[in-house]
Design a protein around this ligand. Structure first.
Ligand code: SF4
Length: 492
């Protein structure tokens, strides 16, 4: 694999293990390089929470295909499972929102929804042959997302959890997370969540500045967030995650630093800092955002760079893309040990399991198939009324998809690719299979995003900041849709 097919572009400066250790460091040089390259960026890249990405899923995926996937999953017992439950309701609209949600003050709607959620769980568990005592499948990871899961009242939450307990065995050593809106929880609700078995919470904050909060229609006083986090710590939740967004109206670099001051007072175990994408032609609520108040691209880039500088200076580990974690957090430990993976929730420590999705629009990954449920309540309810699983789209992965998913995952999570290991696992000649991709990597290597070596590809600290662009090189569907541009994708 040497010679012209695999040119030796850079001296291999460190072992793969040292390169991995390097990944925790985002230094000044990397940030300076990032600033310089950002000017040439010209499009958005996928986040690769799945490969192929969800836009490749298709409607020609009948219920029978999902049933077959569940049969294969049943045959894989007793491997543990991962579960995702989608609760679509919210009391108020946040103008920046691009999620699949239903805004309503009518809490009667969630009671009906829970009825259907419970029915869906029963159907899936029955197919898995996993409803009875002794046959229940273990669950290592569960996640309630939305929408706003805490829109459900306490009795509705208890009903959902009782159904989960009836059909599955939620392992106490597993990760059981729920997204909470601090505006919808008080101390009593936090106690309930802990008693129900959740050990992780994720809070949406976005920005603490009052003018920004008003402009996005999400007024959430600091004290509410602080109280929820303090309650979580008191009650023994293992981890608190906080979501922020940069690029929102009226944000400036200085103002966002004030938000970070407050975030750092609370020291969440994990912080996600997402880029706001203003796409009012796709997301209607965004039409209520004043475009003139959005930070200019140079300011937005400044906010991002100063945020990375600040969080890493304060001791957070840069996990990748938009994620940071304290050094003793499971994500940071998994990355240090080369165990980090990706799933629909982003970076994860337990992503190798089949994931069952429950609820409207939820996505699962079962025995090599991606499965997405109906996106409207009417369709979701109609399928379950007919005793059918409410699948609406899906995708059956090919051997090539599995290979590329592994390559993308290794690069995004662990920053290095062990070529002989990939060749042995997938029975391929890497240079032959990825001839075009390797040529594209050369371009990225000359810009300092990665190093190539006959047996390894390693991503540099600069490359970590642009890792989506590196991953895109291996995305066959993107390449077939249009030639992959040799430059960069916009991250700001
Ligand atoms: S951002 Fe979250 S809470 Fe706000 S409308 Fe969207 S899903 Fe609901």
């Amino acid at each position: 694999m040497s010679g012209p097919d695999f040119p030796f572009l850079f001296p291999f400066q460190s072992s793969p293990a040292a390169a991995l250790a390097d990944m925790t460091r985002i230094d000044r040089d990397a940030l300076a390089g990032f600033r310089a390259l950002a000017g040439r960026m010209d499009g958005n890249g996928p986040r690769y929470t799945s490969y192929p990405t969800a836009d490749r899923f298709h409607a020609d995926f009948p219920e029978a295909a999902y049933l077959a996937a569940l049969d294969d999953c049943a045959a894989a017992a007793p491997a543990p499972l991962s579960l995702y439950l989608h609760i679509p309701f919210c009391d108020n609209i946040c103008y920046y929102c691009g999620c699949n949600k239903i805004i309503t003050r009518d809490h009667g709607r969630s009671s009906q929804y829970v009825d259907y959620l419970v029915r869906e769980m029963a159907l899936v568990a029955r197919r898995l042959g996993a409803s009875g005592a002794g046959t229940k499948r273990a669950v290592m990871q569960s996640h309630w997302g939305g929408g706003t899961p805490t829109f459900l009242d306490p009795s509705e939450m208890q009903r959902v959890m009782a159904a989960l307990d009836k059909h599955f065995k939620l392992l106490p050593e597993g990760e059981h997370a729920i997204e909470i809106d601090p505006r919808t929880v008080d101390d009593a609700r936090m106690v309930l969540l802990r008693n129900l078995g959740f050990n992780r919470i994720s809070l949406g904050v976005q920005d603490f500045h009052p003018e920004v909060q008003q402009a996005i229609h999400r007024v959430q006083p600091f004290a509410q967030t602080r109280d929820a986090i303090f309650a979580a710590r008191r009650l023994g939740f293992r981890s608190v995650s906080m979501d922020l967004i940069y690029g929102l109206p009226h944000q400036t670099t200085d103002r966002f630093q004030e938000t970070l001051d407050r975030v750092l007072m609370l020291m969440p175990n994990r912080i996600s800092v997402y880029s706001y994408a203003h796409l009012p032609h796709i997301f209607k609520p965004q039409r209520r955002i004043d475009t003139a108040a959005l930070p200019a691209p140079a300011e937005k880039l400044d906010i991002l760079v100063s945020t990375i500088e600040r969080l890493t200076a304060e001791g957070y580990v840069y996990i990748g893309m938009d994620h940071f974690a304290l050094p003793d957090d499971d994500l940071a430990l998994a990355q240090r040990d080369g165990r980090l993976q990706r799933n629909f929730q982003g970076y994860a420590t337990h992503a190798g399991y089949d994931q069952l999705g429950f609820g409207v629009s939820s996505i699962g990954s079962v025995a090599g198939r991606y499965v997405q449920n109906a996106r409207t309540l009417d369709d979701y309810y109609a399928a379950l009324d007919a005793n059918r699983l409410p699948v609406s789209r899906g995708f059956e992965m090919s051997a090539d998809d599995h290979l590329r998913k592994t390559v993308i995952g290794e690069l995004m999570c662990n920053g290095t690719l062990d070529i002989p290991q990939i060749e042995a696992r997938f029975d391929i000649d890497f240079a032959d299979t990825f001839r075009t991709e390797l040529n594209d990597l050369d371009t990225l290597a000359t810009d300092g995003l990665l190093h190539r070596h006959p047996t390894h590809i390693t991503i540099t600290p600069l490359g970590r900041l642009l890792v989506r662009r590196i991953a895109m090189v291996f995305d066959r569907y993107l390449r077939e849709a249009e030639p992959v541009p040799l430059r960069y994708s916009r991250v700001v």
